[in-house]
Design a protein around this ligand. Structure first.
Ligand code: MF3
Ligand code: CO
Length: 236
C-alpha cells in the first residue's frame, strides 16, 4: 500500500505543479495516466463503476468526481484533484485542492480550512479512538470556521479494494462506530463547501456540485493506524 500511495502522491504533486491558466483538465489527466503507467502501476478510478478517467478534476462549485474535459483552467479557479492508484493488488487514494493564479481571500481560506480539517481528522485516527472521532474532528474544525461539511459523500477504508468498510463521514458525534486498531488503513477525505452543505449530481451522473453554486474544496490522504500514531501513506 505504501508503494501505491507514494505513486498517488507523486502523481498529485506532478499535476498540481502543472495546473495553471490555459491548461485543459484533460491534459492533466493524460499526464497522470502516463505517470502512473510509467511507474508500473494502474489508475484505480479508470473503469471503476464506469468512471472514464485517471483523475477527478473538480472546478470551483464542483465538489468531487469532475470528469476531465477540454475545459481550460483560468486564473481565479479552485481545482480539486483526486487520484487513485493500484499496484500489486493494493490501492492508494489522495486528493488536494489547488488555486490557479490569484483567488479571493474566501477561496484561500476555504482551501486552508479544508486542509486543516483533513489533518485534524488524521490526528484523531489513533488506536483506541472510534471512527466518528475522525468525523467529529473534521466537522468541528470546518464549522468553527463558518464553512459546511458535505454529507452525501464519505471517506472509507481502503486496502485490497478502493472502498472498504468502515465509511468515514465528515460529521457526527464523537465516540461512535468501529474501534480503530493498528493496521487499519483509511482514506480520510473532507469535502467542504463555502456556503450551504447541499450538493447535486449533474446529468453526466458523476460531477457533484454545490446546490447554491458556492465554492467547494477537497483534501484526502490514505492513512495507516499504527501503535505510534497515524502514518500518512500518500506522502512524497
Ligand atoms: N477518491 C474518490 C473516492 O474515494 C474517487 C473515487 S470515485 C471514481 O471515492 F469513480 F472516480 F473512482
Ligand atoms: Co477516497
Amino acid at each position: 500500500m505504501a508503494i501505491a500511495c507514494r505513486i498517488a502522491a507523486e502523481t498529485l504533486e506532478k499535476v498540481s505543479v502543472m495546473a495553471s491558466a490555459g491548461v485543459k483538465t484533460r491534459d492533466l489527466d493524460s499526464v497522470a495516466y502516463d505517470f502512473i503507467r510509467g511507474a508500473g502501476a494502474k489508475p484505480a478510478f479508470k473503469g471503476y463503476r464506469g468512471y472514464p478517467a485517471t483523475l477527478c478534476v473538480s472546478v470551483n462549485d464542483e465538489v468531487i468526481h469532475g470528469i476531465p474535459s477540454l475545459r481550460s483552467l483560468k486564473n481565479g479557479d479552485l481545482i480539486s484533484l483526486d487520484v487513485g492508484v493500484l499496484t500489486d493488488g493494493y490501492y492508494g487514494d489522495s486528493a488536494r485542492t489547488v488555486t490557479i493564479g490569484a483567488v479571493t481571500p474566501d477561496a484561500e481560506k476555504l482551501v486552508s480550512v479544508t486542509r486543516e480539517a483533513l489533518y485534524a481528522g488524521i490526528a484523531a485516527a489513533k488506536v483506541g479512538n472510534r471512527v466518528s472521532d475522525i468525523s467529529n474532528a473534521v466537522q468541528t474544525l470546518v464549522e468553527k470556521n463558518g464553512f459546511s461539511v458535505v454529507r452525501e459523500f464519505v471517506g472509507h477504508g481502503i486496502g485490497r479494494k478502493l472502498h472498504e468498510d468502515p465509511q468515514i463521514p465528515n460529521y457526527g458525534e464523537p465516540g461512535r462506530g468501529a474501534l480503530l486498531k493498528p493496521g487499519m488503513t483509511l482514506a480520510i477525505e473532507p469535502m467542504v463547501n463555502a456556503g450551504r452543505p447541499d450538493v447535486r449530481v449533474l446529468a453526466d451522473k458523476w460531477t457533484a456540485v454545490t446546490l447554491d453554486g458556492s465554492l467547494s474544496a477537497h483534501f484526502e490522504h490514505t492513512v495507516a493506524v499504527t501503535e505510534n500514531g497515524p502514518r500518512i501513506l500518500t506522502y512524497c
